[in-house]
Ligand binder design. Structure first.
Ligand code: URA
Length: 169
């Protein structure tokens, strides 16, 4: 299997705003927490611009174990981890969900369109029995490679924070 440990969600257990990434990377696998590497710094910075910190929200991943060789999670791995997301949802009862990147949009909403089309879009959906406002954003790692994505990413995170009623300013 190759992973060091299972990486479960982190953050405010009372948060109505949930961020869902793809899968733990190397740093997350070693530290046991989602989004603690370079992509996590991009997410932290967007949250700070929106007036909150990662402790105010809940951050988790579609799959809880790092896939070998950093490959994308397979469909069977997403299905196998679905019960974990279901239990996170039943505990948190989120009202706003931010899907970070294309494979998360595909895995959860079965959305196949390009991120250029999907980034910043919103739909109301029922996920594991909970009606949520689901926003799609670029994956924070996509901001590391393409700086032009940063403004759109920051804006989508700010809209999610506002939609969840968490903005302080
Ligand atoms: N990328 C993800 O999708 N999730 C993490 O936790 C880290 C990087």
């Amino acid at each position: 299997m190759g992973r060091t440990q299972v990486v479960t969600g982190t953050g405010a257990q009372s948060s109505r705003l949930v961020f869902i990434g793809e899968a733990p990377g190397r740093d997350e696998d070693l530290q046991g927490e989602p989004f603690v590497g370079r992509a996590g710094m991009v997410l932290n910075s967007a949250l700070a611009s929106a007036g909150v910190t990662r402790d105010d929200v809940y951050i988790t991943n579609l799959v809880k174990c790092r896939p070998p060789d950093n490959r994308k999670p397979r469909k069977d791995e997403v299905s196998a981890c679905s019960m974990h997301l279901e239990s996170e949802f039943s505990h948190l009862r989120p009202s706003v969900v931010c899907l970070l990147g294309q494979s998360v949009a595909k895995g959860i909403l079965d959305e196949d369109r390009s991120m250029a089309e999907l980034a910043g879009t919103e739909r109301t959906v029922t996920l594991w029995g909970h009606d949520v406002r689901a926003f799609i954003s670029y994956h924070p790692a996509a901001c590391l490679y393409t700086r032009e994505n940063v403004d759109k990413f920051d804006e989508t995170i700010r809209i999610c924070v506002e939609a969840a009623g968490l903005s302080r300013r």
